[in-house]
Write a protein that binds this ligand. Structure first.
Ligand code: GLV
Length: 310
């Protein structure tokens, strides 16, 4: 059966030709997230990119959809029955990992407070700082992002432990890989707890009040996966009670974070508006294009696709 490929990826010059060379017999249609018409969605057998989830109900001919993001939660329950669903997991991992490291170091050195002082024209010493040299970094979620973040931390002299749902062999960046059921036991030993988990029924509020209470008083919490993983109220309470050194959140629940959320005003809590990944680095964009091309090759050859979700 001939394929009609609706390509909504942010393509650069020459990249349309790359897709067309891989699938010379297919019809290739190019559009953007907001310019794709209901007719284009309805006639596509393959879609690449970031279509509006609410438009997917009209994808009557769709056989395969590859999202351009790592997370897939926004399409849960939105795709027609039987559609093959793949993600771009791994495409943005370096970007998210660098953001996590930057935020971690900023919190270690109390940069949020120094920035506040700068705005107030205040020359004020905030006292002790932290280093990640020799620190124990517990990464909850040892996927692409977790592994890339761990590699950066290792390079700066930290000891890294990665937590996975099921046991596996060694993973790059981690001195040790353990299973998620050891989380409670490992939390009290960690100087840094970094959450790099997707949203799923198993991960919602995984980092709850009890687990925050198990963290060291001067530990740092980072969340760069999904906001739903963390009990934010419990974090605010703990930090208001002067527990934890600091925190850095790139994701919140909900997003955008409402203006009256207490999170905005917690000292040494660095908030960024879910910008760690996205298409903000060219290496991410190109990797995402290459992952679509590789899976297109596999799809046409009848091979197993990479990053299959459904
Ligand atoms: C970013 O949050 C992603 O899921 O790619």
């Amino acid at each position: 059966m001939s394929e009609c490929i609706l390509n909504l990826l942010p393509l650069h010059e020459g990249e349309r030709e790359e897709f067309e060379a891989i699938a010379p017999d297919a019809v290739h249609v190019y559009a953007g997230r907001s310019t794709a018409t209901p007719e284009q969605i309805a006639s596509a057998t393959v879609i690449f990119g970031w279509p509006r989830p609410e438009a997917m109900g009209g994808a009557a001919s769709l056989r395969w959809f590859q999202s351009m993001w790592a997370g897939t939660d926004e399409y849960a329950g939105k795709l027609p029955e039987g559609v093959l669903f793949t993600s771009s997991s791994g495409s943005n991992s370096r970007s998210v990992a660098e953001h996590m490291l930057t935020s971690l170091l900023a919190v270690c050195r109390r940069l949020p407070a120094y920035r506040d002082s700068q705005r107030a024209h205040l020359w004020k010493d905030e006292g002790a700082m932290k280093t990640i040299l020799g620190a124990s970094v517990l990464v909850v979620g040892a996927g692409h992002v977790g592994s890339d973040f761990a590699k950066l931390c290792q390079g700066l002299g930290a000891r890294t432990i990665g937590l996975k749902r099921t046991a596996s062999g060694p993973i790059e960046g981690f001195d040790q890989v353990r299973t998620m059921d050891e989380l409670d036991a490992l939390l009290p030993q960690a100087d840094v707890v970094a959450l790099a988990l997707p949203h799923s029924p198993q991960t919602v509020r995984l980092m709850n009040r009890g687990r925050i209470a198990r963290m060291k008083d001067d530990a740092i919490l980072i969340n760069a996966g999904r906001g739903s993983v963390l009990d934010q109220d419990a974090l605010v309470e703990a930090m208001r009670a002067s527990r934890l050194w600091g925190a850095a959140l790139d994701v919140t629940d909900p997003e955008p974070l409402p203006p009256d959320s207490p999170l905005w005003d917690v000292p040494n809590l660095l908030l960024t508006p879910h910008v760690a990944g996205g298409m903000r680095l060219e290496i991410t964009r190109r990797k995402c294009v290459e992952m679509a091309q590789e899976n297109l090759r596999r799809y046409l050859a009848g091979e197993k696709l990479v990053n299959q979700v459904l």
